[in-house]
Ligand binder design. Structure first.
Ligand code: NAP
Length: 493
């Protein structure tokens, strides 16, 4: 018996495009990608703020199945990555599987099928749904008193307005994560004055973010495709260092942390400024910020660090807790994302009408990155516990998609009609993961976006080998299957 599963992939970012390609490679041709935005690219589509740069080297931050030989920079800019992702979509023939301007508002399971409904009322029916909706997706707009009374523009970094006038303006950047640091570095010199409001400073490790890729390397990679794969594999293997230092306490972790401290000490000589920029937690506890120019920009005559807490926003600027009013023309919110929303606010309902909002009331929980009890024939790619910041996301997405393709093979062969991970297996996985999280740097005492409402670290506490093994291994005792002898799926669709 063979049948062709109907698959909906939600999201056309790194995870969704990887999934669509892997499923195509494995011979599944009834795959539709639904993308809320008007173009593909995920975070690289939504984020267009000045200075946006990826802090992972370009020759690693790419799909293993589509290595690019001619990256312009060692750390690519946002527009360069978005162009690359879209080139890959065209090159791999995925464009006709992609529907943009397709915001999914509900996904409901009934009678062994998923019905996916878009905001404009269109519906799709599928045997499987893959949620590749991303982590850094929903802008976090802070609840600052008076924000809506400000007389000038207020823009979140992930909804940048290309027409926003910066030149000659007094600009506030609120937030000191990767985004705030990149924005301050880019806007200083354009704006008449940049004020960086930092509720809590972050460690900013020096890195040559503007470095160009050498022409020789481009020539070699262009000429010898084998060299591209070899370089990618070497970088992937070398990136094991990051998983090592973040998950295992060692001299290597301490050495890197010392480098973060030295980056501050060497670049900021003024004692008061240095004290104001010194975090009260260990380097790398939050997602490590990299920058080659932030401290220089911040110490320029046309930039100010404002470390007093924000009391309120008025029509003319921001007033801080020390009573100082800072007159402003533009406010930029680099205040991050609601990282644990994942596919929500979508109305996602699984078996017996169970709602994701209820199941995830205390935070997201999934089995081995990809399966949720109560939600048969639904998988997440780069979902809960994904190794954001320690293992290549492209690699993780590809391994996850391969595991999903294995299940689709079984469905196609009639092995089951529905597959659903058990509560017990999920609890067991999460309990072990939480224990393994103990020695990680993320659990050393800081308040980061990695933490769920319940206080769990929503990351991957293991190395890449463990990730590969757990995704490849199919423990049938961890799942419940249904199979109807009268299945209507007997014929090829
Ligand atoms: P973030 O790291 O979550 O930082 C948000 C900042 O906003 C924090 O400094 C936070 O202060 C501040 N904030 C939040 N609410 C506030 C409020 N009500 N009042 C004052 N300050 C407030 O967000 P992000 O910088 O956008 O970065 C998120 C992630 O995106 C990064 O960690 C990284 O993974 C990714 N990213 C990557 C790149 C890249 O180069 N690849 C670039 C940008 C972003 P507290 O710390 O006090 O909470």
């Amino acid at each position: 018996m063979t049948r062709s599963p109907r698959v909906i992939v939600v999201g056309a970012g790194i995870g969704g495009i990887t999934t669509a390609h892997v499923l195509a490679r494995r011979g599944f041709d009834d795959v539709t990608i639904l993308e809320k935005g008007d173009e593909a690219g995920g975070v690289w589509h939504w984020n267009t703020y000045p200075g946006l740069t990826c802090d992972v080297p370009s020759n690693l931050y790419q799909f293993a199945f589509a290595p690019k030989p001619d990256w312009e920079r060692v750390f690519a800019t946002g527009p360069q990555i978005k162009r690359y992702v879209n080139d890959v979509i065209d090159h791999l023939g995925l464009r006709d599987r992609l529907i943009c301007d397709a915001e999914v508002v509900s996904t409901v399971f009934a009678d062994d099928e998923w019905t996916v409904t878009l905001a404009d009322g269109r519906t799709f029916v599928a045997d499987f749904v893959v949620m590749a909706t991303g982590v850094l997706h929903h802008p976090n707009v802070p609840d600052i008193p008076g924000l809506d009374t400000f007389g000038g523009p207020v823009v979140h970094s992930a909804r940048w307005d290309a027409d926003l006038r910066i030149e000659g303006e007094r600009v506030a950047v609120i937030g000191s994560g990767s985004t705030g640091v990149q924005l301050v570095t880019a806007l200083q010199g354009l704006a008449s004055r940049v004020l960086h409001f930092t509720r809590s400073p972050q460690w900013v490790m020096w890195a040559p973010m503007d470095l160009k890729q050498s022409r020789l390397l481009t020539a070699v990679l262009t000429r010898f495709p084998a060299a591209r794969s070899a370089l990618y594999r070497a970088l992937l293997s070398g990136s094991g260092f990051l998983a090592d230092v973040t998950t295992v306490p060692s001299w290597r972790r301490r050495a890197l942390q010392q480098f973060a401290r030295a980056s501050l000490a060497v670049q900021v000589r003024d004692r008061r400024t240095r004290a104001a920029l010194t975090p009260d937690y260990e380097p790398m506890c939050k997602r490590q910020v990299l920058s080659g120019g932030y401290y220089r920009a911040l110490q320029s005559v046309d930039a100010d660090l404002v470390d007093a807490p924000i009391r309120e926003v008025t029509a003319t600027g921001i007033t801080t807790g020390d009573g100082v009013h800072h007159p402003l023309d533009v406010i930029v919110l680099a205040t991050g994302f609601r990282a644990h929303d994942y596919m929500r606010p979508m109305d996602l309902r699984g078996r017996d009408g169970v709602r994701i909002d209820d199941v995830w009331a205390d935070g997201p929980r999934a089995y081995r990155l990809t399966a949720i009890p109560g939600f048969p024939n639904l998988f997440t790619v780069l979902g809960p516990n994904s190794p954001t910041g320690s293992i290549s996301l492209q690699y993780t997405a590809e391994r996850t998609a391969e595991a999903i393709a294995d299940r689709l093979d079984e469905f196609a062969a009639g092995v089951f009609d529905t597959i659903e991970v058990t509560e017990e297996a999920t609890d067991e996985f999460l309990a072990e993961a939480n224990t393994a999280m103990g020695p990680t740097v993320w659990a050393t005492g800081c308040d980061s976006w990695y933490l769920t409402p319940a206080g769990d670290v929503d990351l991957w506490p293991y190395d890449r080998r463990t990730l590969t093994r757990m995704l490849a291994e199919h423990r049938t005792d961890h799942y419940r299957f249904t199979r109807s002898p009268m299945t209507t799926h007997g014929a090829t669709r």
